[in-house]
Design a protein around this ligand. Structure first.
Ligand SMILES: [Zn+2]
Length: 229
C-alpha cells in the first residue's frame, strides 16, 4: 500500500531528470541551462537571453534539437532572447500565465502555461513546475529529480530582491520555505552567478544562506528589505 502523499512534498513521482549544462551569458552574470534527454536528444533552454546563437551552437555541438524554452520570470535579462529562439527553432515557451500577463507574451510563440505541479516533458525526461512568486508575480522554479532551477528566487548565498513591480516579500518567504523543504542533496542552479560557486545544494544553502537561516518571516523581511534597492 502506498503511503498517503505528504503535504508539501513536491518530489513524489518526478519524471526522470534530464542532463543539464549550465552556461553563463551576457553582462549581468545570467545563467542559462540547456536541459536535454540523452536518448531522444530533445532539449529545453532555461531563460534564453543575450547569446542565443551561442546557446544554439552549444546545443548543436551536442547533437541536440531545441524544442522548448523554460521561462523562470519575465525580467528582460532572462527573456530578451525568447523571440529569437522561437524564430530560429520553433520552440514552445513554458511561462507562468501571471508572468505572461504582466510582461506580454513573446510574439509568435506557442505558449504552455507553467502551472504549479505540471510536468514538462523533455524527450523521455522532464521537469516539474513549482510556482515560486515573490521576486516577481509569477516566478517559476523547475524541479528535476536531483536538481532545481531557481531563476531569481534563490541564489547561492542570496535570494531575489522584492522591490521591483510584482515583488512581494511575504510571497518570496513562502516560496523559499517550499524550496527549503526539498531533499538536502538537491542541486541548485540559480539565475545569476552571484555566489561563491555557480551551483549549490539545498542543504548547503540551509546552512549558509542568510535568507534561509532566518527563523521567522519578520527576520527575513527585515533582512530582505534592508538589502533591496
Ligand atoms: Zn529578475
Amino acid at each position: 500500500m502506498t503511503p498517503p502523499a505528504t503535504p508539501g512534498d513536491d518530489t513524489r513521482g518526478l519524471p526522470a531528470a534530464p542532463e543539464v549544462v549550465q552556461i553563463e551569458v551576457g553582462l549581468l552574470q545570467n545563467f542559462c541551462e540547456i536541459l536535454f534527454c540523452p536518448t531522444t536528444r530533445e532539449a529545453a533552454i532555461v531563460d534564453p537571453a543575450w547569446e542565443v546563437d551561442r546557446l544554439l551552437r552549444e546545443a548543436d555541438a551536442r547533437g541536440l534539437r531545441v524544442t522548448t524554452a523554460l521561462v523562470t520570470h519575465t525580467h528582460e535579462d532572462h527573456v530578451e532572447g525568447v523571440e529569437e529562439l522561437v524564430r530560429k527553432t520553433g520552440a514552445a515557451v513554458v511561462v507562468s500565465p501571471r508572468e505572461a500577463a504582466h510582461a506580454g507574451a513573446p510574439a509568435g510563440a506557442r505558449l504552455v502555461d507553467a502551472t504549479d505541479g505540471r510536468d514538462v516533458a523533455i524527450g523521455r525526461r522532464g521537469v516539474r513546475v513549482l510556482d515560486t512568486p515573490g521576486h516577481t508575480v509569477g516566478g517559476t522554479s523547475y524541479l528535476a529529480d536531483g536538481f532545481l532551477v531557481t531563476g531569481d528566487v534563490l541564489f547561492v548565498g542570496g535570494c531575489g530582491r522584492t522591490d521591483f513591480p510584482g515583488g512581494d516579500t511575504g510571497a518570496l518567504w513562502h516560496s523559499l520555505q517550499r524550496l527549503a523543504a526539498l531533499p538536502e542533496e538537491t542541486r541548485v542552479y540559480p539565475g545569476h552567478d552571484y555566489g561563491p560557486t555557480p551551483t549549490s545544494t539545498i542543504g548547503h544553502e540551509l546552512r549558509t544562506n542568510p535568507y534561509l537561516r532566518c527563523a521567522s518571516f519578520e527576520a527575513f523581511r527585515k533582512l530582505r528589505e534592508a538589502r533591496n534597492g
